[in-house]
Design a protein around this ligand. Structure first.
Ligand SMILES: Cc1cc2nc3c(=O)[nH]c(=O)nc-3n(C[C@H](O)[C@H](O)[C@H](O)COP(=O)(O)OP(=O)(O)OC[C@H]3O[C@@H](n4cnc5c(N)ncnc54)[C@H](O)[C@@H]3O)c2cc1C
Length: 406
């Protein structure tokens, strides 16, 4: 007997919803289960955070018809300014100098969520089951049987492939018995929108400080998203400060490159953890996004990496369909890992190294970081290679990243 769905995705956050949009054109029957109603303040994926999208993400979102629905809410980043507090090294990346129209875009997570959900709901073969929660699952030879709760009732559905896109505390991962490697950076990212006296000129700023990075991402002429990283033990102090004191604290670290910070919006905090699943797949089951790897937000790479994984998995599923394979076929999942593992490892290593150099003020480390920035600024080839890597367009990439259709 065939399962109710060829693919069931747990979690309609950024990554789960992107996968549904990417594989829906195949005609597969797709169920996507989300515990929190879209638009609710509790939705962890779609709040007021500014998300930096790399050019690889733009290409993927264009190919899956999501970009077209949110383009008017995105802001292009034309320049990036990276500096190190208390040191002379800094680097400056300019799209025009690098022969590019932009270095990336910023979108508010809420707008991204609305576009993903609009696109998902345009497919008759995608059932969004929400609010509903996965409670348990059991594997049999031909399918996975899931126990979910909806309207206080328990239901059971069957899936050919179960995708755990249920975030860093993934229940799918736990029920599958998959262990994790974890590191608590003992830092918190505090995010708020700010209005600055001077226009940002489409420039994103990242400043290394002894307690983590401070980033300002442009969202409008005089408005930016401020990501302020603080030591975990100081979180409550920064959250409960008056706006005036908070602005002073930020300006102490960031300076007044954009003039005075005139207004600061609601502050939200995010604990920063590294979590890596030690295996990402089993027969008929795969982990994606934060469930597979949650990384430090210092280089704005988490969703960008998760979206390239989505592109890779969609490609392997389409190829499997052409060969007449079932969606849960282990060879599809093996091909996916072969395609994606190098990029995943590279991004995890890069963000972890960057994080340890932030809060490690050993003179050798901080001067190496300083020297690297100076080198980057003076060597155009090095700059191009660095930018291509952080843009997610270097090395072997899935077809959607290369701008092809599946
Ligand atoms: C401060 C900060 C700034 C960031 N900035 C950037 C950036 O600029 N660029 C970038 O690329 N990345 C950025 N990231 C990373 C990015 O936010 C994550 O990579 C992304 O949100 C991961 O999405 P996800 O769908 O895997 O997980 P989540 O967003 O956690 O979504 C998981 C979903 O699963 C649902 N769920 C969980 N359990 C169940 C269950 N049992 N049943 C049903 N549903 C369930 C949840 O409700 C949720 O909707 C940032 C992260 C932080 C913290």
């Amino acid at each position: 007997m065939s399962p109710d769905y060829d693919v069931v995705i747990i979690g309609a956050g950024m990554v789960g919803a992107s996968l549904a949009c990417a594989i829906a054109p195949s005609g597969l029957r797709i169920g996507i289960i989300e515990s929190i109603a879209l638009g609710s303040d509790q939705q962890p994926s779609y709040d007021d955070r500014g998300i930096t999208l790399s050019p690889s993400s733009k290409r993927i979102l264009e190919r899956i018809n999501v970009w077209q629905q949110m383009q008017s809410t995105t802001t292009a980043i034309k320049k990036i300014h990276i500096s190190d507090q208390g040191r002379f090294g800094f680097t400056h990346l300019d799209a025009a100098e690098l022969g590019r129209s932009e270095l990336g875009h910023v979108v508010v997570a809420r707008s991204l969520g609305q576009a993903l959900h609009r696109q998902m709901s345009s497919f008759d073969n995608v059932d969004l089951i929400c609010p509903a929660e996965l409670k348990h699952f059991q594997k049999t030879d031909s399918a996975i049987t899931l126990e979910i709760t909806r309207d206080n009732k328990t239901e059971s559905i069957t899936a050919g492939l179960l995708v755990g896109a249920d975030g860093s505390r993934s229940l799918v991962r736990r029920l599958a018995g998959i262990n994790t490697k974890e590191n608590d950076f003992k830092q918190t990212a505090i995010v708020a929108n700010v209005t600055t006296q001077k226009p940002n000129n489409a420039t994103a700023y990242e400043r290394f400080t002894s307690h983590g990075p401070v980033a300002l991402l442009p969202i409008d002429t005089n408005r930016s998203v401020l990501v302020f990283t603080v030591d975990k033990e100081n979180t409550d102090r920064y959250l409960s400060m008056s706006d005036e004191h908070y602005i002073k604290a930020v300006e102490n670290e960031f300076g007044r490159r954009l003039g005075k910070i005139e207004q600061v919006g609601q502050r939200r905090s995010y604990p920063i953890l590294f979590i890596e699943a030690v295996e990402q797949y089993q027969e008929q089951l795969i982990l994606l996004g934060n469930a597979a790897h949650s990384i430090h937000p210092n280089a704005a790479q988490g969703f960008n990496l998760g979206l390239r994984d989505v592109a890779g998995l969609a490609e392997c599923i389409f190829t499997g369909i052409e060969k007449g394979q079932a969606t849960g076929d282990i060879s599809i999942l093996e091909n996916y890992i072969k395609l994606r593992i190098a990029d995943q490892q590279r991004v995890m290593n890069f963000t972890n190294r960057l994080a340890s150099s932030f809060y490690n003020e050993l003179p050798l480390l901080s001067s190496t970081r300083n020297m690297a920035m100076l080198l980057l600024d003076f060597m155009p080839d090095l700059k191009t290679s660095f930018v291509e890597k952080t843009m997610g367009i270097a090395g072997l990439q899935p077809r959607l990243v290369r701008g092809e259709v599946l």
